[in-house]
Write a protein that binds this ligand. Structure first.
Ligand code: ACO
Length: 448
């Protein structure tokens, strides 16, 4: 090899940008310099490359639209394996939790990290019951919303308004203060969920009854009629309990990340949860359970030809999507959907329900599970496909579905907020790759 080509090879080597990965670090060679980034271990699942020094050292940032590859935090709460279709709360498989636990115990588990002893359970339940009412002035705020307002918008506003009535729960710093704020929130949020529903129906507002469990209390507050005795139906209570458990946490999803992001500015818990409610409202997230039923009704009104709508969903020129199918993380059956599908079958049988929209749902599920488009893209029915079906079977109005989801997700949001604050996570502040206009001088309007 000539002296010149040896020099050229050396030049290329020096100027090459490359990455070498080993078991515990990643070496980035960029612009002739070498930088090392440690790999952070996990108990289960993805390990992470710690790039916190990347920008300071190299002037580069990472770009990851939709955060598909970005770990925003270290967390101990929930683990899910999207490829295997597994979900664990604090290490416990969701199947065991759904079968053996109850929603109050799950709230404790998520918030405190361990299953409670009998004494711990009683004391937690009693603490929540202590705050089992909402300031009467809140009714005035509720009053001024039009009856047609979407319950999620009302819920988000009322949740934020709670701050004004519980100012001590805003500036919290110790674990004890956070736990106190959490118990206030758990108690009062169930009222707000019930109230938003009663508002849409023009029903008088109820307060809690401390002789009931958390789920029974909500059920009664929401659905009790003023002109007849309320009958607690155990089939409904069990179904609600299971649904709330299955929605209780799902690691760093859109609404949870929102709660953490807002809370990272040390905004109070209530305002952070209010932001989470707004994020959940979207049809690509929690709003999907409402969208599923609206889609089924639309297909029914259109004559019920399921194949036609499956074809529409596959057509790239058409922006219709099969609501309740697909998931950002689960590329195998959503484990919650498996449990909920069985619950849906049991409830439909127990209540003896015949419903055309539900027949369409079953046909849609069958067609989509066998269609190559859905199979190859791993688009399985998600939890919202079946939860909408159950809520409908229980007679809960469509617009309330996402509120039910919010009630279930509340302990997850609070636990993630508490973890973020106790870990001392810095304020969330992503960067950007700017692609707008270059620097230019202001032009007076007359010269434009
Ligand atoms: N119907 C038809 N095609 C779909 C669907 C669907 N429901 N979902 C995804 N696809 C297709 C996309 O068109 C895309 O196709 P392409 O690769 O040929 O372009 C491919 O599958 C991947 O879809 P993405 O949108 O890139 O997947 P992403 O992970 O970003 O989105 C999401 C996941 C938002 C859940 C999506 O599947 C969806 O919109 N589903 C319907 C809404 C829904 O049910 N949301 C509830 C999610 S669960 C929850 O929040 C609790």
């Amino acid at each position: 090899m000539s002296e010149l080509s040896l020099f050229a090879l050396f030049y290329v080597y020096l100027n090459q940008n490359y990455i070498i990965m080993s078991d515990n670090k990643v070496i980035l060679n960029y612009d002739g310099n070498s930088y090392e980034y440690p790999i952070v271990d996990s108990t289960l699942g993805d390990r992470g490359i710690d790039i916190s020094k990347l920008r300071d050292q190299t002037g580069l940032i990472t770009l990851d639209l939709g955060y598909k590859n970005t770990g925003a935090t270290l967390s101990d709460i929930t683990y899910l394996d999207g490829d295997k279709g597994e979900l664990y709360y604090r290490g416990y498989p969701i199947e065991q939790i759904a079968e053996k636990s109850n929603f109050t115990e799950v709230m404790y588990l998520l918030l405190h990290g361990e299953l409670p002893t009998e004494n711990q359970f009683t004391s937690f339940d009693n603490n929540i019951k202590k705050y089992n009412f909402v300031a009467d002035e809140m009714k005035k705020i509720l009053d001024v919303f039009p009856r047609s307002a979407h319950p999620m918008g009302v819920l988000s506003s009322l949740t934020s308004a709670l701050t004004a009535f519980n100012p001590k729960a805003v500036n919290v710093n110790s674990k004890e203060e956070m736990d106190h704020a959490a118990e206030l929130m758990l108690a009062k949020f169930s009222h707000l969920c019930a109230w938003t529903y009663r508002k849409t129906q023009g029903l008088p507002i109820n307060h809690g009854d401390n002789s009931l469990s958390y789920v029974e209390n909500f059920y009664r507050m929401a659905f009790r009629l003023p002109n007849e005795e309320f009958v607690m139906d155990p089939v409904v209570v069990n179904a609600l309990d299971k649904l709330l458990i299955l929605h209780a946490d799902h690691e760093q999803n859109c609404s949870t990340s929102t709660v953490r992001m807002v809370g990272s500015a040390h905004t109070g818990l209530f305002a952070s949860i209010s932001a989470g409610v707004s994020a959940l409202w979207g049809p690509l997230h929690g709003g999907a359970n409402q969208a599923v039923i609206e889609m089924l009704e639309m297909i029914e009104a259109d004559g019920g030809d399921v194949n036609k709508w499956v074809e529409k969903a596959k057509n790239k020129e058409d922006n219709f999507r099969l609501m309740g199918f697909g998931h950002r993380v689960y590329k195998n059956f959503d484990p919650r959907a498996k449990i909920i599908k069985k619950a849906a079958d049991d409830i439909l049988n127990a209540l003896g329900i015949q419903d055309k929209a539900l027949d369409i749902a079953m046909q849609l599920e069958k067609v989509a599970l066998e269609d190559d488009y859905f199979v190859s893209k791993k688009l399985y029915p998600n939890v919202d496909f079946y939860s909408g079906i159950i809520y409908r079977a229980l007679g809960i109005p469509t617009e309330m579905f996402t509120v039910m989801f919010a009630l279930g997700r509340l302990p997850g949001w609070i636990s993630q907020w508490k973890e973020m604050r106790l870990h001392g996570d810095p304020i969330g502040r992503p960067r950007q790759v700017y692609q707008g206009a270059g620097v230019r001088d202001y032009v007076a309007m007359t010269n434009r």
